[in-house]
Write a protein that binds this ligand. Sequence first.
Ligand SMILES: CCCCCCCCCCCC/C=C/CC(=O)SCCNC(=O)CCNC(=O)[C@H](O)C(C)(C)COP(=O)(O)OP(=O)(O)OC[C@H]1O[C@@H](n2cnc3c(N)ncnc32)[C@H](O)[C@@H]1OP(=O)(O)O
Length: 704
Amino acid sequence: MLGLDVCEFGGQFLELLWLTVCYRGIMADKEGTAPVHEEEDETDLNYQAPAQKTLQEIQELDKDDESLNKYKQTLLGTGPVVLDPSIPNVQVTRLTLMCVQAPGPITMDLTGDLEALKKQNFTMKEGVDYRVKIHFKVNREIVSGLKYVHLTYRKGLRDQLSLALVLDMNLDQLSLALVLDTNLDQLSLALVLDTNLDQLSLALVLDTNLDQLSLALVLDTNLDQLSLALVLDTNLDQLSLALVLDTNLDQLSLALVLDTNLDQLSLALVLDTNLDQLSLALVLDTNLDQLSLALVLDMNLDQLSLALVLDTNLLAEFSSSLYLTPDPVSQGFEQAVNPSLLDKAVYMVGSYGPRVEEHEFITPVEEAPKGLIVRGIYHIKSYFTDDDKTDHLSWEWNLQIKKDWDSTESCISRLGVLSLFSASCRHGRPYALSHVAFNDRHLSTSSKIKVDLDNSNGIAVMKFDNPPVNSMSLDFLTEFSINLEKLELDKSCRGVILTSAQPRIFSAGLDIMDMYGTSPEHCGAFWKAVQDMWLKLYGYSKITIAAINGASPAGGCLMALCCDYRIMADDPRYSIGLNETQLGIVAPFWFKDTLLNTVGHRTTELSLQMGIMYHAHEALKIGLVDQLVPEGKVLSTAVETLGTWLAVPGHAREISKSMMRKPTVDKLLANKEADIKNFVSFITKDSIQKSLGMYLAALKKKKA
Ligand SMILES: CCCCCCCCCCCC/C=C/CC(=O)SCCNC(=O)CCNC(=O)[C@H](O)C(C)(C)COP(=O)(O)OP(=O)(O)OC[C@H]1O[C@@H](n2cnc3c(N)ncnc32)[C@H](O)[C@@H]1OP(=O)(O)O
């Protein structure tokens, strides 16, 4: 595609490597606030950055080399896109927590009020896999060595709460020792009670951490002898214990109730002895947010009463100054002032050149912490910085780890993980996707598309099920793109097969009813959904195969063309092609490019002008499809073929795909808004509406 032979390409590749080395040394923009003095963990290797070069200098290098120039353009963009020096070179626009299991998008807008973010909690279910996606723009100069740094604190957490109470009385002896020790990982309680009014001893030891709960209770009384020892050990999923002991040799009663599940630990101990009266009541109640302890002791051998009530909110915000510090990025300071820094993550984002569209960076998959003890609110300080420690943006936010998703919060007024969410919400068309259980084989029960991911081979089959003809309405397109995005994020999915659940039809293309007699606003939203579907599918990182088991005109053909491989049913009744001109409409440039990239210039010219629908054999001949098989074997052949594609090293295949398709994708990205405007003004024209009306009438007439 680049018109290079292998040697030439090799030479240029080396040159590019060299360029990349240079870019690392290019001075990042000096704007922004105070520099980020983030402690470097890496050893200083006395690395001397190469002499810095401006974007213009790099563009001047080998400027007669056309291929290299094209490549540089892809890599660096065409040049500054914002000249106004008051606008920062790097603008971080949003951060998205991408999680397949999330019921809705979790996105924070970083262009607005960052102070408000500090107060907002973003909820995540414990134990889920997630990635962080950051959108940012580069406006003028190349910025090198971008980094995203992420410091996580346990919000308002006290490292330790310890209480020791020792009571000693010698009116015929009573001793009590209570030791309570709790931190994030551990709750320990030891209670020793000793009274020698003819002897009573009680020892209670309770020890609980994330994995284990241990309880030992020893009771000893020699008023005509009663001894009780109880040892209990459980792994926290659920434990209940009730123990009642009663001996009436001068009365001793003991009741112990212990109840713990994942959310709560409750302990009540009541002890009653009337050898001249001793009463003890101990109530302990703790969950992640709260620890309550009440101890009441009552003795009337010359009277002693003790009541102790301890209530501590483990996760309360003690003092905002604890983590909102004047110099938040000095690690030494962090550790001295705030001992609850839990984690520091540094992600190398890389070097980027200016371009109109936003860049995006996605972190590797991480697993949210899980378990009773780790649930709660985490305070996160995020920094977008670079090799020069320029602070492009720093902000703070809170992540709340919960046992389950907060369903009411998930989609409220936040931008979507998918741009489609916002489109769909904006136009007041709620999409109804049922929860997708990605761990099961059967994934989705969404109404228009069935998704089935086979975990044994990582192959997902998406079946269009939108009767009668799988036309792509706004709802269908939205659902399609959501499913694609979810599968792209799901690391157990390795490739996707598109096929139809409707007999004889793969897809009838775009839903004409969305373009005929609808408002300009609706047309705009619809076209955006078409663009987003195409952008997602044509630029998809995973392998895609179209299993074309029926007719596939216009948009249906486009969808198949976006895939990496096309297998069509060998049936003369089925045809495929971009037939837009037959409807009196014009395929936009990105439809044209997709066909052109597949079948070449001349065939595209003929095909588009004439609006040709190709029968299966003709489609194979011009390379519009790659393989014909009997209809009953279309899907199984697709699965087999995907298996052979999966044998190719994934990253090499992915980079190759991106190298082939990125320029085409970038072209639409750079013209998205203009393309929507064009479409709306074109499709709402009276003459075009008339053509569409006639075409619809002809379809109905044919049926009659
Ligand atoms: C310088 C200027 C440049 C300006 C550029 C600006 C950019 C502008 C760009 C505009 C481009 C817009 C791009 C559009 C792409 C498209 O995809 S348009 C849609 C094209 N689709 C078709 O032409 C397919 C038409 N349908 C068929 O050919 C047949 O229906 C079929 C072969 C798919 C199936 O045939 P059969 O099984 O016999 O079913 P039918 O009886 O024909 O249909 C059943 C039923 O479905 C309705 N229907 C069919 N297709 C569609 C559709 N695409 N949308 C909505 N509805 C459809 C059909 O009318 C029947 O309805 P009734 O049951 O009669 O109500």
